[in-house]
Design a protein around this ligand. Structure first.
Ligand SMILES: Cc1cc2nc3c(=O)[nH]c(=O)nc-3n(C[C@H](O)[C@H](O)[C@H](O)COP(=O)(O)OP(=O)(O)OC[C@H]3O[C@@H](n4cnc5c(N)ncnc54)[C@H](O)[C@@H]3O)c2cc1C
Length: 452
């Protein structure tokens, strides 16, 4: 028996709104899907979960119609089931190791996790025994918030400092509403606040306050979870013309600043035909968001074929259903503008694939004399991100690698004692659950260092 399909909005209707595309299981569907779990003794799925959720037990609780119990089981290891159930790449983690995979399809663990997060009725918070130790966390993305959760429940006084005016990191400013509604993010962050975690927004560490000042203010340890928010560019001619954006800027304007609403403070310019460059989740999110905002054609320009795209399969399928035009085996060469310096075209060249490169993917090479013009008025580059250099520049002894990522030891401690780091700020752009795993590990290290 195959897994229960996820109900979703009709593609023709959904591209006219930012409403969530996947609408979630009903009780009946969740029970039927939970019934497929074999409750294996050795539970290989747990090995595939970077935060080690007891998956068979929470699924068993759904079967028994004990939704609050299922939530309690998940939140022993993960405070964000509704978020992770939506955005984790389960197909390459817990679900990849599901025994059901051998004969049919794996149990839809992510969808069931989301179901629990969405349907829980009481969020029981264990009583906290306060201890007089202060920890500062820099960045309120999934890594910082997970570290805050783990330390707070051990009784630490935790303050999260966030540069933006809203908490959540990429969950809030990057991943679009139609994939991860902000009401869901806010609800899960509210649980953290209810536990007594202080979140101070509009504080830029490295500018408003320095690392030294945090220690001076009595924080005994600091966790740097500042993410990787500095976009990479192709460095092709024409990138300074009007109408060229990073995907980060476009997504931040749309998600954080609600540029799709008529009363937005930072509206987007009128756009018709748009080229989004890249093949990862960020490119899919940018293309699908822009499809909802433009009446023209949205092209996705990627230099390899669909098989090499790093985006999740589900995202590629959704993008195709929504009418994104895939320009595969196509590489941008230059951006051309009109007399007013507004983008008028993207010059591209056709590519073909040869033998695999160091990433294991087949290497794309240009086909001679195959250049052509794609007539667009907007170009969006989604090529990955580096960590922002602000904290490094304002903290001399902090060691970073060639990409600007913090260098840490096996306990996630940086080159400065009692300053820890994790998530995208250490690994470069990765995933929500890996960032959360790092937050959990850093919390354990901080606990051992301060308490033992
Ligand atoms: C558009 C997009 C879509 C994605 N989709 C997925 C997905 O579907 N599934 C998935 O698993 N992963 C996805 N990812 C990747 C995932 O979101 C990241 O790996 C994850 O958010 C990293 O978490 P983090 O806590 O390390 O950093 P972030 O989420 O980047 O949070 C860092 C926070 O630190 C703040 N900050 C930075 N510098 C400072 C400073 N000096 N002072 C104070 N605060 C500071 C930032 O404002 C930010 O809020 C996506 C990423 C993007 C950009």
């Amino acid at each position: 028996m195959n897994r229960y399909p996820m109900p979703s909005l009709d593609p023709v209707k959904r591209i006219q709104t930012f409403d969530e595309v996947a609408t979630g299981y009903t009780w009946e569907m969740a029970q039927a899907e939970a019934g497929r779990c074999l409750h294996c003794k050795n539970a290989p799925c747990i090995q595939g979960c970077p935060v080690g959720i007891n998956i068979p037990d929470f699924i068993q609780a759904i079967r028994n119609e004990q939704i609050d119990e299922a939530y309690a089981i998940i939140t022993r290891d993960n405070l964000f089931p509704a978020i992770c159930g939506r955005v984790c790449p389960q197909e390459s983690q817990c679900e990849a190791l599901c025994v059901r995979n051998k004969r049919s399809e794996s149990v839809a663990i992510g969808r069931l996790e989301r179901f629990v997060g969405d349907h829980v009725t009481t969020c029981q918070i264990d009583s906290i025994v306060e201890i007089p130790h202060k920890v500062a966390i820099v960045g309120s993305g999934p890594s910082g918030l997970t570290c805050a959760f783990e330390l707070r429940r051990k009784g630490f006084q935790v303050t999260v400092f966030e540069a933006l005016h809203l908490p959540g990191g990429v969950l809030t400013y990057g991943i679009p509403e139609f994939r991860l509604p902000k009401s869901i993010v806010n609800k899960e962050i509210d649980h953290l606040r209810a536990m007594g975690v202080h979140i101070q927004t509009n504080v830029v560490i490295g500018k408003t306050l320095t690392i030294d000042q945090l220690f001076f203010d009595g924080y005994e340890a600091i966790y740097l979870a500042s993410g990787a928010g500095l976009p990479k560019f192709l460095n092709i001619p024409g990138e300074s013309y009007n109408g060229v954006f990073s995907a980060n800027e476009i997504l931040t304007r749309i998600n954080l600043m609600k540029a799709y609403q008529s009363n937005s403070d930072t509206p987007l310019p009128t756009m018709h035909n748009i080229a989004v460059i890249g093949g990862g989740n960020v490119a899919m999110d940018a293309a699908r968001s822009l499809k909802r905002l433009s009446k023209g054609t949205v092209y996705l320009v990627y230099r390899r074929s669909e098989a090499e795209m790093p985006a999740r399969k589900e995202e590629i399928e959704h993008a195709k259903e929504e009418g994104i035009t895939m320009m595969l085996l196509t590489n941008p060469q230059a951006i051309l503008a009109d007399d007013t310096f507004r983008v008028r075209a993207l010059q591209c060249i056709k590519m073909e694939l040869t033998e695999p490169d160091e990433s294991g993917r087949r290497r794309p090479v240009e086909i001679p004399d195959s250049s052509f013009l794609l007539e667009v008025d907007t170009v969006v580059e989604a090529l990955g991100n580096f960590p922002n250099p602000l904290i490094r520049k304002s903290t001399k002894q902090l060691e970073v690698d060639r990409s600007g990522c913090f260098v840490v030891d096996e306990h996630l401690q940086t080159s400065i004692p009692l300053v820890y780091a994790g998530g995208d700020a250490v690994t470069g752009a990765a995933t929500v659950i890996l960032a959360m795993g790092a937050g959990k590990k850093a919390a354990q290290s901080i606990y051992k260092k301060i308490i033992n």
